[in-house]
Design a protein around this ligand. Structure first.
Ligand code: NAP
Length: 247
């Protein structure tokens, strides 16, 4: 029997692959055999180098989701089988002071760009009568409220909702749509939290695993949801959070 986690022969595109969780997922997909296109608003040379150093195949393309329609042409003639919607931003401020600019910036990158990039991917897969897998990067704030991050929480609740509706519409058409919800992971996104000793302690005290997650902790779940092993998994949001939500 062939290995159901093997991605040999598949082509994957990872957004925001130059750093953090996106970089770790790109490396994980390549280790599982996929050819990886690393998309970022900056070139993903470091990630490509990491993949090539272990014998994998990768390339980099520029895309800036500050224009939420920027992903529209990404899949033309590319035969991409796997889309990892990882690019995301966060803006922190009290809800009472939160600005329209901080609302729009986060919603555009985290939600609107994710939807229209996924739509473009699905159109390409359906046009060639192929199969595909979409893995969205959700958050604990797809389930919880958080504090001081209203547009982020709204966007990540939206990501969980889109994961379900797109799974409903495409499950019979050969496209699996699922999400990973990372817990508290040591990346640029959480730098401000780790720099605040009180918040850092409060967070650590609640994580059953007793440590912050590493970006590499997310890669295995993304590989699974991209692989034939997850062929009957549709609309799932898989928590990878050191047990946070179980507490
Ligand atoms: P990160 O290191 O800040 O990575 C975010 C990635 O998104 C970077 O590659 C960033 O590029 C890219 N990006 C931001 N704006 C973009 C734009 N306009 N166009 C294209 N790419 C853009 O943080 P991370 O933690 O790895 O975040 C990755 C995903 O995980 C995000 O969706 C985040 O919400 C989610 N997440 C993170 C955590 C956590 O604890 N860290 C928890 C739950 C969910 P630049 O490097 O150029 O900024």
């Amino acid at each position: 029997m062939s290995n159901p986690f093997d991605l040999a022969g598949r082509r994957a595109l990872v957004t925001g692959a130059n750093t953090g969780i996106g970089q770790a997922i790109a490396v994980g997909l390549a280790q599982a055999g996929a050819t990886v296109i690393c998309a970022g608003r900056r070139a993903c040379e470091e990630t490509v180098g990491m993949i090539e150093a272990t014998g994998g195949t990768a390339s980099t393309i520029l895309v800036d989701f500050a224009d939420p329609m920027a992903g529209k042409g990404l899949f033309d003639g590319q035969n991409i089988d796997i889309l990892i919607n990882n690019a995301g931003i966060i803006r922190r401020n009290a809800s009472v002071d939160f600005t329209e600019a901080d609302w729009d910036a986060v919603m555009d990158v985290n939600l609107k760009a994710l939807f229209f990039t996924t739509q473009a991917f699905a159109k390409a897969v359906l046009a060639r009568k192929g199969t595909g897998a979409v893995v969205n990067i959700a958050s604990l704030l797809s389930f919880q409220g958080g504090i001081r991050v209203p547009s982020y929480t709204a966007s990540k609740h939206g990501v969980a909702g889109l994961t379900k509706i797109l799974a409903n519409e495409w499950a019979t058409k050969g496209i699996n749509v699922n999400a990973v919800a990372p817990g508290y992971i040591e990346t640029n996104n959480t730098e401000a939290l780790r720099a605040d000793p009180e918040r850092n302690k409060a967070i650590l005290d609640r994580i059953p695993a007793g440590r912050w997650g590493a970006a590499s902790d997310i890669a295995g779940a993304a590989v699974f949801l991209s692989a034939p092993a997850a062929g009957y998994v549709h609309g799932a949001v898989l928590n990878v959070d050191g047990g946070w939500l179980a507490r």
